[in-house]
Design a binder for this molecule. Structure first.
Ligand code: NAD
Ligand code: LMR
Length: 327
């Protein structure tokens, strides 16, 4: 057995945390031979509830779970962490956009970025899930300037999965039969789910499904799915979000299958006209090293370019709104 991987999870007693922790403990990120230590961060009023979650983890008798650390101090929770999953933050309610959370949630990521830089492991990877996740990731990265930028990402895997599932339903196949959808831009209602390169089994999705469905039904479905779930459940998505977080992290450490892309919001290096440094969702592949590689040669028509630009414009606005938090 290898040395245990230390996974810090913030907001560990929240809705997503409750679905996420047992799956990490069960070995779903690093594989079934890799022990883990869970390092859980919460705010002081929620520590009691976190203790209850830890009791349940104990009662799971997970063979790979070597230890559980509980703390309300980021410097304890991030100590020597190999992977930090930053979930802890307020979710939006009915009628809100995710960016309405920015002034309330943004400051959380200032102190957490600084703490990660101060105490995390030398190979740390940081995945931001708390909304608005692209800009919160930007804030975290800006406050941890000594950590290489390519260690940071924000989660658009849930949007990617929503897009894949919607195409599968429409085409009458299983979601595993659909590959290479792309989520471009922000994890927000301006995101652009791109079907132009998606394949359904061995056929382009665009040959099987009419263009008008993609433009009029598919795009708004994926863009507004989070709000649809809030309206139905009274709470934002949690189980599917935890599932996506597991998938995002598993792809970082175990790689993407040979002929498949996934989508991750990563620091732009200026490709596709995305300003350098913005945390923008693009297609990526992963080789299992913990660092995603953007796919750089995707053809984009005028429609796709316009849609991406609209989402990039929103990311620029969000960045300007938090300029005081960027170090
Ligand atoms: P929740 O309210 O159930 O849980 C959030 C937890 O974070 C709470 O237990 C709270 O005490 C804790 N917390 C708040 N501030 C903290 C801090 N400074 N340090 C540590 N913990 C802190 O919310 P949830 O449903 O688990 O959602 C969490 C976040 O994830 C929200 O911002 C939500 O919008 C976001 N989210 C993102 C995606 C995505 O696809 N990127 C999907 C779903 C939800
Ligand atoms: C989602 O996409 O379900 C989450 O970001 C929660 C939300 O606010 O929509």
């Amino acid at each position: 057995m290898d040395r245990p991987m230390r996974v810090a999870v913030t907001g560990a007693a929240g809705q997503i945390g409750y679905s996420l922790l047992p799956r990490i403990a069960a070995g779903e990120i690093f594989g079934k031979d890799q022990p883990v230590i869970l390092q859980c961060l919460e705010i002081p009023p929620v520590m009691k509830a976190l203790e209850g979650v830890a009791m349940e983890l104990d009662d799971g008798a997970f063979p790979l779970l070597e230890d559980i650390v509980l703390s309300d101090d980021p410097k304890v929770a991030f100590k020597d962490a190999d992977l930090c999953l930053l979930v802890g933050s307020k979710p939006r309610g009915k009628g809100m956009e995710r960016k309405d959370l920015i002034r309330e949630n943004g400051p959380i990521f200032v102190s957490q970025g600084a703490a990660i830089q101060a105490v995390a492991g030398s190979e740390v990877r940081v995945v931001v899930i708390g909304n608005p996740c692209n800009t919160n990731c930007l804030i975290t990265m800006a406050n941890a300037p000594d950590i290489p930028r390519d260690r940071f990402s924000a989660m658009t895997q849930l949007d990617h999965n929503r897009a894949q599932s919607a195409i599968a339903k429409k085409a009458g196949v299983q979601s595993r039969d659909v590959r290479n959808v792309i989520i471009w831009g922000n994890h927000s209602s301006t995101q652009y789910p791109d079907w132009h390169h998606a394949m359904v089994k061995d056929k382009p999705a665009s040959e099987l499904i009419e263009e008008s469905w993609f433009r009029e039904t598919f795009i708004p479905h994926v863009q507004k799915r989070g709000a649809e779930i809030i309206a139905a459940r009274g709470h934002s998505s949690a189980m599917s979000a935890a599932n996506a977080a597991i998938e995002h992290a598993r792809k970082l450490y175990q790689g993407t299958p040979k002929d498949r892309w996934t989508s991750m919001a990563i620091p732009s290096t200026g490709n596709y006209g995305i300003p350098e440094g913005l945390i923008c969702s693009v297609p990526v592949t992963c080789d299992g090293s913990g660092t995603p590689t953007p796919v750089l040669d995707v053809e984009m028509n005028d429609f796709s370019r316009e849609r991406l630009q609209a989402s990039v414009n929103e990311l620029i606005e969000e960045r300007d709104t938090v300029s005081d938090l960027l170090g």
